[in-house]
Design a protein around this ligand. Structure first.
Ligand SMILES: Cc1cc2nc3c(=O)[nH]c(=O)nc-3n(C[C@H](O)[C@H](O)[C@H](O)COP(=O)(O)OP(=O)(O)OC[C@H]3O[C@@H](n4cnc5c(N)ncnc54)[C@H](O)[C@@H]3O)c2cc1C
Ligand code: FES
Ligand code: FES
Length: 1324
């Protein structure tokens, strides 16, 4: 990497990063359409920037506007990244700093989020605070439903949402304690339970609500009176903001607007900016003029008439929802069918922020093909009221309008004034139908609006309308089908013809964009069937004699899953009552930065104040998967304003290729997204613009390897095969009753940490020193790579890490490449081939398992995933037995080398992929033997002190305990029976349960990786500064370390400070990973503290009643050193691959989880009803942190196994790069009932007999996957289909729907795969 003219250089290694640097004036002059985020003053660091597209909620702020007509103030949550700065004229903006701060007053929302343990890394926390705060400004005593709704647009990758919801619930009037028994008392309250001894006493309170300050709405800041005066000013004038290339004009009257529209017919009207904004940002759209009529009162009204409702085009979708709610309450049911259909979709459309920004006019006019509202509006015969200088006119919101037919659309000088939605009538039915990857805040995979009118008193079709979204480039109408069905009775024959004809009329080509072609075809008819049933039921309700009801078992097809507010209980061991009250160990201590997270005062690398002459770096990446670089032409880029330099491999003074990792592509590119060069400029906008102008010419090189199959075909691997084996597999296969062969596919996972990677590099004037501020899990690795690239000794490179906004394995190796491989690459993709020999009684005698992973183009951690190159340990291979003893067992694995971005590890480091395969074959064996999966698991589970395949001895007693408790406390058997009963009665919905045991491996097979060091200073005022080698990324490491130091030094936690992690204070630290952060750094800190206490002992002995401060002063006067380094040598782990034996892991964490789901066989949706988790925590140093890690990891695992899907083009381009295309769980996906128990055991090897729990529960998320399999199996059995099918993860709606084969999946057209190139390919 080149040092840039000795200036401080901020390296933006993520495409998403946006600087907050310049002052407001200069930016306005630059581009009036710019969003609010970069204008927030540099000292206001609370508003975070992550996705930049409105999809994550990290940048949520509250915008308040005064309506001079109604005299009301409306507070709305909005995403600052999409709000144009100029649109805020006259509005009050409240950021998290305005809500409360440590230096002024912490607001109850901030306090409760922190104290309820609703923050981990803290990057999402300000956004969460703003969403809940805005809700409270509008509704000081919200309902439970409003809380869940308020945070539906905020993503959190760490917590699993449960504690965030809980903090919000504390403001609700409804009970917040365990609501399960309706007694107002928690059923787990400790006095109600009998305990055998003190040690087993169970606590359920992770925080004390008595500490909370009350919410006093009268204390909130008032709306600025000057803004009211401005809004009421009768002499308001048109506002114009002139920028470098663009002009922003805000008219003040309707006539003024019409004049402007006539003068600038091509200028967009900026309302919510949720359609225009993303097009400018991500598609490079340019508009010289913007017209912003946001403040025009004429666009904001609702007019209720006898035959319908007219709603002003300026109404936000949230206001539309309010207006429709009112109509639904006031009008008879038969008149409100269209409104109710709209309301249902308005509940799940995007998140609260987008619903508050997006307007009805903007939605109707932008006509997205995925629109959730337009199909219903069209089916409900809505009309659009237009106005221009020429006058007013109405156009129908019909198929021609939606298909963008010019003669049925707006003229360029026209604007939408309002939309009229007529009432429905008695013999008229309207429905909205939709299916998305997750329930809320996800574009529909397919949606529809349908309506049918009958001849009065009959079921003869008089009018039929069917509109589908997401099946083509626009919303499309099945008008031909509808026409052919006129006059037909609403019966099964009609349905059958309708399905055939609609499939003919709406054809999704096999290579269609967005893929899922067969699934989407199936949804077209499945949704039609849903509508058919709903109408039949409606007819029956109107005249039961004339119209028979639908069959009982079809009732389950009618309704979608409701959204409920999640609830749960967390159980953990109480602290020994004899423990010193000052000793914090074992208490649920709040995260040490929690309050700062909630107030936005916690500083991340991107929040650092700008340095003078700071430069910004943007990357130019390869667009080819495997090609020769013929030329790089940077002349156009260099000529652009603000551009300082273009940097390529030639500029690297040291090694461009360090340990097989390439910084800049040289001569050849080996994946799409590989960095070819970077552009340095004065602003990020300039750097990015210039980076796009660099012209690279390529010549493709064969072969281009994208999938595992292609890698196998070309014998392309990153390392040699690794194997462990016990018994005699071949021999055993000869004597088993049955042999099962199969394949399992586990797709990759994006880390999706909310803080994208940012590195600030500051070259020093002297001695080639370089200081870096960044978020990483492995500072020494960054130091090593930077030193190698600059060709300087490591002692010149200082890396500082204050905190990391989520890592999950994705910030172990990647930051070291200075973003060379950016946000796209971060996953593991696995294919497994298995052969299992078993007896008819379920005993598995032999297993032969082969793993292949898609490791991408460079080794990164792929080798270590399967086998680490240094000591050749082999994670997946070593982890593959999970909780089962199979006497003849062979496991082999190899990472495939492909032309995809180099993959890195994810939380769990191979375990979630390896162990899920064991669960898959155990489940398959159960199915073959006609036994329940639980029986087969029980039969094959480790039962007594045993040896693993690699001969490590362990005692599985805690495993048995977790398993037993999980089965008992979850009432598994009773609920299984209840689910079977449910399934008998419901053809279209099925319930499934699964219980999963776990033996999780902690540590590395290389002993010296678990060494750790610490540095503890005691200052003369008695305060203590602790430093260690671990990185805080939300996992509560620093919090636990302070607890350790507090116990060891016997001083309150408030005396102890932990500032940052730095290579300057602790050299050569290992990565913070493998769940060992507290284990190893805790031991090092303990050691340092014990050294210091030993030095102080003589003084304490002489003055035992003295104060800590006195002892310290005395020690100083006696020339006793008050600083000590502590050291932990590491666990004595090792693995001998020649002999296939060793003790590769420090210890095991055991656990079990039970999940119950309900699936909708007709659409593929699923709902997680309940999860019970039991994890062997041994002795928990901090139960709040440990429960938080378990819940967060579980939800992350659930995402891996259900909703998160990486999509690659056949050419190796990753499509799923933003929250728009990649769906991590939101608050609506978490279990409706969520119980977590920390099970007590012993673990003398670790500090205070604790266990590292950071990663464990990822794998337990697979209980949801297998519960889905159970439900799908029930559906298949009922349909007479085979039980066994290969494991496929994630079990997406597509998978569920297409596996629940029925008449609709049978009727869709299928394509011959050899005749087309699909839009996406499975790479694993
Ligand atoms: C993160 C995110 C998630 C989303 N999720 C969903 C979803 O799940 N389902 C869904 O259906 N949609 C979704 N959307 C799309 C959203 O509904 C639309 O972008 C939105 O409704 C557009 O309204 P707007 O006011 O923001 O339009 P703007 O972006 O302000 O304007 C859009 C266009 O409409 C024109 N226009 C605006 N008002 C008028 C008027 N009165 N007269 C004439 N022309 C006008 C403008 O000239 C412009 O061309 C999502 C969007 C985002 C950003
Ligand atoms: S950064 Fe604005 S929503 Fe993600
Ligand atoms: S705490 Fe929510 S993203 Fe980390």
């Amino acid at each position: 990497m080149k040092q840039l003219s000795k200036q401080e250089t901020r390296k933006h290694v993520s495409c998403y990063q946006y600087p907050r640097k310049n002052n407001i004036k200069s930016k306005v002059a630059c581009a009036p359409s710019f969003s609010l985020t970069p204008f927030l003053p540099v000292y206001l660091t609370g508003t975070k920037y992550s996705c930049g597209s409105g999809g994550c909620g990290a940048c949520t702020v509250m915008v308040s506007r005064y309506n001079p007509k109604t005299k009301e103030i409306r507070h709305s949550p909005v995403t600052a990244c999409l709000v144009p700065i100029c649109s805020l004229h006259g509005a009050a903006v409240t950021t998290v700093e305005g809500v409360g701060s440590i230096s002024t007053r912490i607001h109850p929302v901030q306090e409760r989020l922190a104290k309820c343990h609703g923050t981990q890394c803290g990057f999402c926390s300000p956004g969460m605070v703003m969403s809940i705060y805005t809700l409270l400004r509008n509704h000081p005593e919200p309902t439970l439903e409003q809380i869940t709704k308020a945070i539906g647009g905020n993503l959190c990758r760490c917590t699993g949402y449960r504690p965030i919801v809980e903090s919000g619930k504390t403001f609700c009037e409804e009970t917040t304690v365990c609501e399960l028994k309706g007694s107002g008392k928690c059923c787990m309250d400790q006095e109600e339970r009998s305990f055998i001894n003190r040690q087993e006493k169970i606590c359920t309170k992770l925080y004390n609500e008595d500490e909370f300050q009350p919410l006093d709405p009268s204390q909130e800041p008032i709306f600025p009176p000057e803004l009211i005066r401005m809004a009421e000013d009768p002499n308001k004038r048109r506002l114009t903001f002139q920028g470098e290339r663009t002009t922003w004009i805000a008219p003040v009257t309707l006539n003024d607007l019409l004049e402007l529209k006539a003068s600038f017919p091509e200028a967009p009207l900026i309302m919510g900016n949720t359609a225009v904004g993303p097009s400018i940002k991500f598609k490079g759209e340019f508009h010289p003029v913007f017209i912003s009529p946001l403040g025009l009162p004429e666009l904001y009204f609702v007019d209720y008439t006898d035959d319908g409702v007219t709603i002003g085009a300026g109404y936000s979708l949230a206001q539309l929802s309010d207006a429709l709610h009112l109509t639904v309450l006031e009008q008879p049911k038969e008149k409100t069918k269209t409104y109710r259909a709209l309301l249902k979709h308005l509940r799940t459309l995007a998140g609260a922020q987008i619903r508050n920004m997006a307007t009805l006019g903007g939605h109707v006019v932008s006509r997205p093909n995925f629109s959730d509202l337009n199909p219903i509006l069209a089916a409900g015969n809505a009309t659009i009221n237009l106005i221009s200088k020429e006058g007013e006119r109405q156009i129908p919101l019909n198929s021609l309008f939606l298909e963008r037919s010019p003669e049925a659309s707006l003229k360029s000088e026209e604007i939408v004034l309002s939309v009229y939605i007529p009432h429905s009538t008695q013999w008229h039915f309207v429905s909205g139908l939709r299916l998305a990857q997750r329930q809320e805040n996800a574009f529909a995979i397919v949606n529809a609006g349908m309506s049918v009118k009958f001849e009065d008193g009959t079921d003869t079709i008089k009018d039929l309308q069917m509109f589908y979204g997401s099946v083509g480039p626009t919303v499309v109408s099945a008008s031909q089908t509808c026409k052919r069905l006129l006059g037909r009775p609403w019966d099964d024959h009609m349905l059958s013809d309708a399905c055939r004809w609609v499939l003919d009329e709406i054809y999704i080509p096999p290579a269609a964009e967005d893929g899922m072609v067969e699934y989407r075809r199936t949804l077209i008819v499945s949704l039609l069937f849903k509508f058919y049933l709903r109408v039949r039921r409606g007819l029956n309700k109107m005249d039961p004699q004339k119209f028979p009801d639908i069959p009982e078992n079809s009732m389950s097809a009618l309704e979608d899953f409701p959204i409920k507010t999640p609830q749960g209980i967390q159980m953990f061991q109480c602290v020994d009552p004899y423990q010193s009250p000052q000793d914090p160990v074992g208490h649920p201590v709040m995260h040490q930065s929690a309050i700062k997270h909630a107030t936005g005062e916690a500083v991340f690398s991107d929040d650092m104040p700008p340095f003078a002459q700071e430069l910004f770096l943007a990357v130019t990446t390869s667009t080819r998967a495997h090609a020769k670089i013929i030329s790089i032409d940077a002349s156009e880029a260099l000529a652009l304003p603000g551009v300082v330099d273009v940097i390529t491999a030639e500029d690297i003074p040291g090694a461009n290729n360090h340990q097989g990792e390439i910084l800049y592509a040289q001569n050849e590119v080996i994946c799409v997204g590989q960095i070819v060069c970077t552009v340095a400029a004065d602003t990020y906008a300039h750097a990015r613009e210039a980076a796009e102008k660099v012209k690279i010419t390529y010549e493709d090189i064969e072969p281009r390897i994208i999938t595992i199959e292609q890698a196998l075909e070309h014998n392309s691997f990153l390392s040699t095969e690794k194997k462990v084996e016990q018994g005699n597999v071949e021999q055993a296969f000869k004597y088993v009753d049955q042999i099962l062969e199969g394949e399992a596919h586990v797709e990759g996972q994006e880390h999706f940490y909310m803080e994208t990677q940012t590195i600030l590099a500051i070259p020093k004037q002297e001695d080639k020193e370089m200081v870096l501020y960044l978020g990483t899990q492995f500072p020494s690795h960054v130091q090593e790579f930077v030193a190698a690239a600059l060709n300087v000794p490591r002692n010149r490179i200082a890396c500082h890490i204050k905190r990391v906004g989520g890592g999950f394995g994705g910030k172990v190796t990647k930051p070291a490449l200075l973003g060379a491989i950016t946000a796209v690459a971060a996953n593991k993709l696995t294919t497994v081939i298995t052969c299992i020999g078993f007896m008819n009684n379920g005993v598995i005698k032999a297993a032969d398992v082969e793993y292949y992973i898609n490791g991408g183009c460079t080794p990164d951690e792929s080798e270590s995933y399967l086998s680490y190159k240094v000591d050749e340990f082999c994670y997946i291979v070593l982890k593959s037995d999970n909780a089962y003893h199979i006497p003849n067992f062979r496991c082999r694995g190899r990472p495939c080398k492909t032309n995809l971005p180099s993959n890195t590890a994810f939380r769990g480091y191979g375990f979630p992929e390896a162990a899920v395969v064991a669960e898959a074959y155990v489940t398959a064996v159960a199915s073959r033997c006609d036994l329940s999966p639980e029986e087969v698991k029980e039969i094959n589970m480790y039962k007594r002190i045993s040896k693993t395949t690699y001969k490590q001895t362990f005692d599985p007693e805690p495993l048995r305990k977790c398993w037993k408790e999980c089965l008992e406390k979850s009432s598994f058997s009773a609920r299984k029976l209840a689910a079977e009963e449910f399934n008998k009665k419901n053809y279209w919905k099925k319930r499934g349960l699964a219980v999963i045991p776990m033996k999780f491996t902690v540590g590395f097979p290389v002993g010296y990786y678990s060494q750790a060091a610490a540095l503890v200073h005691i200052y003369l005022d008695g305060s203590v500064l602790v430093t260690h080698g671990g990185c805080e990324m939300g996992q509560g490491l620093h919090t636990k370390i302070i607890q350790v130091a507090s116990r060891e030094l016997n001083i309150p936690q408030s005396y102890i400070h932990l500032s940052e992690t730095s290579t300057v204070t602790v050299p050569n630290a290992s990565f913070t990973a493998a769940s060992m952060g507290t284990d190893i750094n805790g031991k090092a800190v303990q050691n340092a503290c014990q050294i210091l206490m030993a030095r102080l002992q003589p003084i304490i002995r002489k003055n035992p009643k003295g104060r800590w401060e006195d002892w310290i002063t005395k020690a100083f006067t006696e020339s006793i050193s008050l600083s000590a380094t502590g050291y932990f040598k590491g666990y004595q782990t090792h693995m001998d691959w020649e002999k296939e034996k060793g003790e590769p892991f420090a210890y095991y964490v055991y656990g079990a989880a039970c999940s119950e789901v309900e699936v909708d066989c007709l659409t593929g949706a699923h709902k997680l009803l309940r999860t019970d988790i039991f994890v062997d925590a041994a002795f928990s140093i901090n139960p709040a942190v440990d429960v938080g890690q378990i819940e967060g990891a579980f939800i992350q695992g659930m995402g891996l196994y259900t909703t998160e899907e990486l999509k690659y083009s056949p050419e190796g381009v990753l499509y799923s790069r933003s929250p728009e295309d990649y769906k991590i769980p939101t608050v609506t996906e978490i279990p409706e009932e969520f119980y977590v128990t920390l099970v007590r055991s012993r673990n003398p090897i670790a500090i205070y007999s604790s266990k590292g729990l950071g990663e464990t529960a990822m794998f337990l998320g697979s209980s949801v996957l297998f519960a889905i399999f159970d439900a799908v199996t029930a559906a298949r059995e009922e349909r007479g289909l085979t039980k066994i099918f290969n494991l496929k993860s994630p079990a997406t709606p597509e998978f569920i729907r297409m596996t629940c084969v029925d008449q609709f999946t049978d009727m869709i057209p299928r394509d011959d795969p050899s005749t087309f190139t699909p839009w996406s390919v499975r790479v694993s």
